[in-house]
Design a protein around this ligand. Structure first.
Ligand code: IVH
Length: 681
């Protein structure tokens, strides 16, 4: 054996594995936490598959922390979290019938005979939730989180009418003797029609729109204000029982009927079938129904009906062996490229976008598709006037699959990206090691537009009401040239523009003003430093506590932070330097003045205590109050119970205050609450 050759292969595998792990983690963050995926599910699955195969071939390179061994995390630090009663794992995906056949063969071998029955159900494209009932009363609702712990989103789930608050407990105990706890799992989703209406409203209000119903659902569930969640058209489908274990039902089909009997919505499209052939028929049937279903599905789930053997069959780190997801191919459509536009991103990256003749695709009208970069355009040879096949990768971002060459108009020429920035005219450069062209002019209005959009976004400064439409208008009118100008805007400036009244102007100015109080982590994230997503920003804030200390830090100190490799550390130093003028201008306007707590302090009076907030506080909004409580190790829940330690009552408190008094829970007024926050142990 050629040792040197092997060494080289190993080295190449090590590099590719590291690259894949980074790439997959980034997409996990985009998908689960930010609900802003950049690639389709199929592309994502292809990356995971490649990684799995490499790890299989090179066992010495396996790692417990590899994304192949854990599910992507949607944990959000704005919510308290709790361990799951049973891990909430994911499903193995398949894209063709041979893989379904392989699944059937594996089960046949493991059981010693072909399975007697399967249940085939729609795979609903939403967000998983676990609902815990104690003695028939809905107590706690969790997201999947990282599979082991989930975020507590009980109050948000309570706003969903499909979720029963109270079950007919006699029905439960008639079937399951004396189980005082029941945990139901299912998918929260937004029906397509409601999703479109909801997005239209957002657009009218100048807010950013969601790319698809799943993102709208994920974003809604992570909203901190339950009253706002109640306005979102969310629904729920139940698909399993986690506690007691499904084995007690003997069959998954019966498990679903039990749920339906209790008043949970269960999809009518489910089928119980008795052979592999019938499984395929059900898959076909679902794929045909797909277009006409009122909600979005991205495939089907095939489950072994006999739940008594589920445990014995077991699961891998991520997925059970008794179930398989079958993903439908992305829906495609044909249309014409009317023009190609080069759009400028917030870091100056130029992305070519095809303007398409509008066409219906997977329930929405598509008029644009990204072409990524010049390499991609060359590879597919997309030209203006071409007829192209487009698809929504996993129903998300539309993209061009290929050109229909037979329909190419005569005389067309290959498309080249411009050599100058379409927004400011400065020459574009291709940086070393990058495929993308960039505009390097920091004052470029195209970049500023995107930078301001990012600055105003939810995880950043969360400036409600500063939508794309208004940003464009402010730039166009010269009212704003960069982020700092936002903080110089006055109500009078806005009143001079069409579409603004006294109230809306006052609201926006106060939202901008309030943004100065955003936690340090969000302000750091808002700067849009390369390689610094919201979780890295949180680590920076926690580590340095003040912006001044972060600014002074060198690469070495940054590398000391867990998860910060040399690349991220270098990038932080360089990017802060690059934004020196911007940062100075923002400091002058009172930004970056908030101080982060190091780590939740266990010795504060708030540590381990549960708070409920009611009414309006004069010194901070609710989000900030929650953050301050959590910074000191306390937690905030939505409803008062005997387990609540304190209720903080501001102006015009609701019924929560009287409930607290009834139960003998101490009520703090704003002054007492502030004193408690200030009290150092
Ligand atoms: S059963 C062990 N059934 O798909 C996991 N999941 O990609 C059991 N999903 O996390 C899940 N529809 O959020 C199941 N009918 C269905 C489903 C379904 C959608 C989601 C679920 C799961 C994800 C896996």
């Amino acid at each position: 054996m050629n040792v040197e050759h092997d060494g080289k292969a190993l080295e190449a595998a090590r590099r590719r594995i590291a690259q894949l792990r980074r790439e997959i983690s980034r997409h996990d963050e985009l998908y689960y936490r930010r609900a802003e995926p950049e690639i389709s599910d199929a592309e994502y699955d292809a990356l995971v598959k490649e990684l799995e195969q490499l790890e299989e071939r090179f066992p010495q390179l396996r790692s417990k922390r590899s994304p192949t061994r854990r599910v992507g995390s949607d944990r959000d630090e704005n919510f308290p979290s709790m361990p799951h009663s049973v891990p909430m794992i994911s499903l193995a995906n398949s894209y063709d019938r041979a893989e379904v056949d392989g699944f059937h063969q594996r089960l046949t071998r493991a059981l010693g005979h072909p399975p007697e029955a399967y249940v085939v159900e729609p795979k609903i494209d939403g967000v998983a939730a676990a609902l815990r009932y104690e003695n028939g009363v809905f107590q706690v609702g969790l997201t999947r989180g990282d599979g082991r712990r989930g975020d507590v989103i009980t109050e948000n789930l309570r706003t969903i009418g499909d979720i029963p608050q109270r079950l007919d407990w006699r029905k439960v105990t008639a079937i399951l003797d004396a189980h005082s706890m029941l945990e139901v799992r299912g998918e929260v989703y937004m029906p397509l029609k409601e999703f479109r209406r909801f997005n239209r409203l957002r657009e009218e209000e100048g807010l950013t729109v969601f790319a698809n119903p799943r993102n709208a659902t994920a974003g809604s569930l992570k909203t901190l204000d339950s009253a706002e969640v109640a306005r979102r058209p969310l629904r729920f489908w139940a698909y399993s029982v986690a506690v007691p274990p499904p084995a007690v039902f003997g069959s998954h089909w019966r498990e679903l009927s039990f749920l339906e009997d209790l008043g949970f919505p269960v999809t009518a499209e489910r089928r119980r079938v008795e052979s592999l052939e019938e499984v395929f028929e059900s898959l076909d049937e679902l794929e045909r129904q797909r277009e006409s279903l009122p909600y979005q599905i991205d495939g089907a789930v095939i489950k072994l009906d006999d739940t008594t053997v589920w445990e014995q069959l077991g699961s891998t780190a991520k997925t059970p062996r008794w179930a398989l997801a079958f993903k439908f191919a992305a829906e495609q459509a044909e249309t014409v490229v009317e023009s190609i536009e080069a759009s400028v991103g917030r870091t100056g990256v130029i992305t070519p976008v095809a303007n398409l003749r509008p066409v219906e695709l997977a329930g929405t009208t598509v008029a644009r598709a990204t072409l990524h970069n010049q390499d991609e355009i060359d590879r597919k040879d997309v030209r203006i006037g071409d007829t192209v096949v487009i698809e929504k990768g996993g129903d998300i971002i539309p993209k061009v699959v290929h050109v229909v060459l037979e329909r190419r108009p005569p005389g067309s020429r290959p498309y080249r990206l411009p050599t100058r920035c379409p927004s400011c005219g400065s020459p574009l450069k291709r940086l070393e090691g990058e495929v993308a062209l960039r505009c390097l002019n920091p004052l470029c209005p195209g970049q500023q537009r995107r930078a301001i959009q990012h600055w105003a976004s939810r995880d950043a400064m969360d400036i409600e009401g500063l939508g794309e439409r208004w940003i464009d208008l402010f730039l166009e009118k010269g009212l704003v040239r960069g982020i700092p100008d936002l903080y110089d805007l006055s109500e009078d400036d806005l009143l001079e523009l069409e579409g603004w009244g006294e109230r809306s102007a006052a609201n926006l100015i106060s939202a901008i003003d309030r943004s100065r109080q955003r936690p340090l982590a969000n302000q750091i994230f808002a700067l849009g430093l390369r390689h610094v997503g919201i979780s890295a920003a949180r680590q920076l804030a926690r580590h340095f506590q003040t912006f001044a200390k972060l600014r002074e830090a060198g690469q070495k100190e940054l590398e000391e932070i867990a998860d910060f490799g040399p690349t991220t550390a270098r990038s932080v130093v360089e990017e802060l330097e690059r934004r020196r003028e911007l940062i100075d201008a923002l400091l002058q306007r009172g930004l970056f003045a908030t101080v982060a707590e190091s780590a939740p302090r266990s010795e504060t009076p708030l540590a381990g205590k549960t708070f409920v907030l009611t009414g309006t506080l004069s010194t901070m909004d609710r989000r900030r109050a929650r953050e301050r409580i959590e910074e000191q190790g306390g937690k905030v829940t939505g409803s008062v119970s005997r387990r609540t330690d304190y209720v903080v009552a501001g102006e015009n408190p609701g019924s929560k205050k009287s409930k607290a008094e009834e139960l003998g829970v101490p009520v703090l007024d704003e002054k007492e609450f502030l004193e408690m926050l200030e009290k150092k142990a």
